[in-house]
Design a protein around this ligand. Structure first.
Ligand SMILES: [Fe+2]
Length: 211
């Protein structure tokens, strides 16, 4: 009997973003749903392999392949949820207020918000398929920016994603040419939900303070 619980796709209302069309989002939600579905499918298949309490030698190649793919699908699901969650329906305010906790954290980790942003945007422009992520180290509150190849290579274990930007071409191809990724990044920044970002930071600082 299967003991796994299926994931259900979360719903996001993100109509009316600046520079990222509703058509793009509709397509993007469908892709996200595909990751949720595949995460469930793979988990179910892997569960079948192990339900007799053993992975037989002849099962090992198939079991290994499914397990490797699980990292891709699982991160594809989770990172899209972070991404949609840090966008604001109707568009945002651009850069955060100077008094925002995020700005303070960027200043103590990078010297200034501007330097943090140059790094994050620079990572977003890197060639290849993946994500730019600003993480916080829960041990000391420090922010660091990272490039993630596909969905799973480059994630830092135990760090908390604070701001997540999808730079796969599907995130902007209906609105921009492949070479216009900088325009998409600009649009992304104008739509950031800084309240959601602050909440992520806050949860982390509370946790660190209690640690
Ligand atoms: Fe995506």
């Amino acid at each position: 009997m299967s003991t796994t619980t299926s994931y259900k796709p979360r719903e996001f209302n993100l109509n009316g973003l600046n520079g990222i069309s509703d058509e793009t989002l509709e397509m993007h939600f469908k892709l996200y749903e595909g990751y949720v579905k595949e995460t469930n499918n793979l988990t179910e298949k892997i569960t079948k392999f192990i339900e007799d309490g053993n992975v037989d030698q002849e099962e090992m190649p198939a079991y290994s392949e499914l397990t490797r793919r699980l990292g891709f699908e699982y991160n594809g699901m989770v990172l899209h949820e972070y991404y949609f969650e840090n966008l604001k329906s109707g568009g945002g305010i651009g850069d955060p207020e100077r008094t925002a906790k995020f700005v303070k954290a960027a200043e103590s980790s990078f010297g200034s918000y501007e330097v943090w942003k140059a790094d994050f945007v620079g990572i977003g422009k890197m060639r290849g398929v993946g994500w730019a992520i600003c993480n916080q180290n829960p041990a000391n509150g420090r922010l660091s920016n990272h490039w993630i190849t596909l969905h799973e290579t480059g994630n830092i274990a135990g760090f908390d994603p604070i701001l997540v930007m999808d730079v796969w071409e599907h995130a902007y191809l209906l609105d921009y040419k492949p070479a216009e990724r900088p325009k998409y990044i600009e649009a992304f920044f104008s739509n950031i939900d800084w309240v959601a970002v602050e909440k992520r930071l806050q949860q982390k600082s509370t946790r660190s303070a209690g640690a």
